[in-house]
Ligand binder design. Structure first.
Ligand code: HEM
Ligand SMILES: *[C@@H]1O[C@H](CO)[C@@H](O)[C@H](O)[C@H]1NC(C)=O
Ligand SMILES: *[C@@H]1O[C@H](CO)[C@@H](O)[C@H](O)[C@H]1NC(C)=O
Ligand SMILES: *[C@@H]1O[C@H](CO)[C@@H](O)[C@H](O)[C@H]1NC(C)=O
Ligand SMILES: *[C@@H]1O[C@H](CO)[C@@H](O)[C@H](O)[C@H]1NC(C)=O
Ligand SMILES: *[C@@H]1O[C@H](CO)[C@@H](O)[C@H](O)[C@H]1NC(C)=O
Ligand SMILES: *[C@@H]1O[C@H](CO)[C@@H](O)[C@H](O)[C@H]1NC(C)=O
Length: 526
């Protein structure tokens, strides 16, 4: 008798008991009293599969927001042990500085052998890492990073100058296909990739001159190969997001998916991401060991301000390098693509912005930060775009402490996964009237801004909020001001739509545009 004849029925019995009978049994036994909450789907109380399905549909935070509204329910059960909150009162309790909740198990599952600043759960360990990196992110240093951002901006503009077209003829509303010479999302990703690698690692990849994302990756054994930086990062995020929402079965589902050639290919495309980070980190470490003195984030992982070394293990350094270059590129690229799209679609706002920027700039090509950092309408446009479409829309999962926690005045039992999506918060009509409309002017009245700010959470909030917020504003402010000062833009057509897929961040498809110079002149060269 073959092993298979015994193993198959055993496997079938296992699947039936663990995936069917136990969940149903636990659902009715209801040990945590979660059955009183509305279910996202009729099966959500028993299994994570409805959520996995929702995720595969593309924009889960928007769907969750709609479900809260449809069911008129501020608390939704989105999995057997998982609650989504739909009322802004929950933000402070789940994410605020004094929350007793920690990052949920998800972060440990996707984290590497050395937890990094982004996925580490333990509070003291996180504080230690955060303190080390904060030195590099402090506002004082922002000015030091400006020249890196300005230089990278000039390199992008040089590439755009080369691809400029003739002005759109007055008798046309849509550009000729041949004039859509720039895929903006592609180029702006090359910009944010280049910017974060320069700021964090003093590494100039050259992707802006190449026009594509081909870079060197390196295996642990030292061998190197060429790979596509952005594609690897993007596919890694895309693949992970499909299976992560059943934490316990993530590795199993990821393995099983490889039965299908399509998924085998996706995982294969994702694999080099690890080796890209490794190459970037090891190359920078070698420069450090060779005594090169560089001003970047990496230095603050190696030594304190008095030059006293921390002597961290390489695994820990590698983890935090990965966290910063992972978190620091596609998010800002999404924000910039989004704000440009919205401005092209709202010519009156584009004009207001241009007038504001033109008034402070002379013949500079790259906007000096000092001149544009406090322009209120510029900042309003950036914030309004991140409000409508938060680049990280996701309900960032947190876990209640073993003894339970009060959330929104409601006692939630221990070890429960809780979250509230930024998308839901940003689309709450009691906070942001006409939430679907792009209205930068809503941010212009200082008292209104003050009222809305606690509920404006694209960078999350509290102790685990984004550490790169100010760097991102630095990049976005300089880039947007420089772009609208120098160019005019057109989308393919009025009914053209941006494609999105929500992984951890809200991944975007292509945005082909036509651009031309506002005042003809000599192209930049680089
Ligand atoms: C528009 C751009 C950005 C957005 C929307 C954004 C959003 C976020 C959000 C929502 C979190 C919390 C994640 C969670 O709770 O799981 C976060 C954390 C983080 N972000 Fe950003 N981010 C942006 C840009 C950046 C940049 C430019 C950097 C690096 C320079 C960066 C580095 C980080 C790091 C290291 C963390 C983890 C912080 C911690 O746990 O202490 N981010 N970001
Ligand atoms: C638009 O105007 C140009 C001349 O300015 C002319 O050559 C062209 O045929 C016109 N196109 C259309 C679609 O009317
Ligand atoms: C990133 O993933 C999304 C979702 O699959 C896809 O639409 C987009 O084209 C991808 N971009 C790149 C550069 O791979
Ligand atoms: C809900 O939380 C449990 C663990 O508490 C986890 O296994 C599961 O994957 C989570 N599901 C979702 C949809 O977040
Ligand atoms: C750097 O570390 C040394 C040794 O731990 C300490 O004496 C010094 O005060 C630290 N300097 C700063 C600026 O933190
Ligand atoms: C929460 O987890 C802790 C440690 O894993 C366990 O001792 C406790 O019984 C759990 N509490 C609940 C309510 O599940
Ligand atoms: C960002 O800058 C503001 C001042 O504009 C400062 O209060 C804040 O602490 C800075 N945030 C981070 C994360 O560095």
């Amino acid at each position: 008798m073959g092993i298979a004849t015994l193993a198959l029925p055993a496997l079938a019995a296992y699947v039936i008991i663990v995936w069917l009978i136990l969940p149903v049994f636990t659902y009715f036994r209801d040990p945590k009293g979660l059955r009183k909450y509305h279910n996202l789907s009729p099966l959500s109380g028993m299994t994570d599969f409805p959520y996995l399905y929702l995720n595969s549909q593309g924009f889960r935070s928007k769907s969750i927001t709609e479900a809260h509204r449809r069911l008129n329910s501020p608390i939704l059960r989105i999995g057997p042990n998982n609650l989504s909150f739909g009322d802004v009162k929950a933000i402070r309790d789940i994410y605020g500085h004094s929350t007793p909740c920690l990052k949920d198990l998800k972060y440990s599952i996707t984290g590497g052998p050395h937890p990094n600043i982004f996925d580490v759960v333990d509070k003291p360990k996180h504080s230690e890492k955060r303190k080390r990196l904060s030195a590099a992110f402090a506002i004082k240093n922002l000015v030091d990073w400006e020249f890196k951002v300005a230089d990278t901006t000039a390199r992008l503009l040089a590439a755009f100058d080369k691809r400029c077209t003739e002005p759109l003829p007055a008798n046309r509303t849509t550009p000729a296909k041949a004039d859509l010479t720039i895929e903006f999302n592609h180029w702006i990703n090359l910009f944010t990739i280049e910017a974060i690698n320069i700021i964090a690692l003093s590494s100039r990849l050259g992707v802006l001159e190449q026009g594509d994302d081909l870079v060197t990756a390196q295996r642990v054994d030292g061998t190197t190969y060429q790979t596509h930086y952005r594609k690897a990062q993007n596919q890694s995020a895309f693949a992970t997001s499909h299976f992560i929402w059943d934490y316990g079965n993530f590795h199993l589902l990821a393995q099983l998916s490889q039965i299908f050639p399509k998924w085998r290919q996706i995982w294969r495309n994702a694999e080099p991401w690890r080796d890209v980070i490794y190459h970037q980190a090891i190359t920078r470490l070698d420069r450090y060991k060779n005594g090169e003195k560089l001003d970047d984030f990496f230095t603050s992982l190696m030594e304190n301000k008095s030059g006293e070394p921390y002597n961290l293990e390489f695994g820990e350094i590698l983890g935090d390098v990965g966290a910063v270059i992972d978190a620091g590129a596609d998010t800002t690229a999404i924000a910039l693509t989004q704000v440009l799209e919205l401005l092209i679609r709202h010519p009156a706002h584009m004009e207001t912005l241009r007038d504001e920027v033109d008034a402070v700039l002379d013949d500079e090509v790259v906007a000096p930060f000092e001149k544009v950092r406090n322009l209120p309408f510029l900042r309003a446009c950036l914030d309004e775009a991140m409000r409508i479409i938060p680049p990280t829309s996701a309900g960032l999962p947190r876990r209640t402490p073993p003894e339970g926690a009060m959330i929104m005045g409601e006692w939630i039992p221990g070890n429960t996964s809780v979250s509230m999506t930024a998308y839901t918060t940003h689309h709450d009509p009691t906070i942001f009237p006409a939430p679907e409309e792009f209205q930068p002017q809503r941010w212009m009245d200082p008292s209104e801004r003050k009222r809305m700010e606690p509920y404006f959470i694209p960078f999350s909030t509290g102790g685990r909020g984004c550490i790169g917020r100010n760097i991102s504003y630095l990049e976005q402010t300089i880039m947007l001001a420089s772009l609208v000062h120098r160019y005019e833009f057109a989308l393919p057509s009025p009914d053209w739509k941006l494609k999105r897929f929500e992984a951890f961040n809200l991944l975007m498809g292509e945005m082909p545009i036509k651009i031309w110079r506002r005042t003809p002149g000599n192209p930049l060269v680089s």
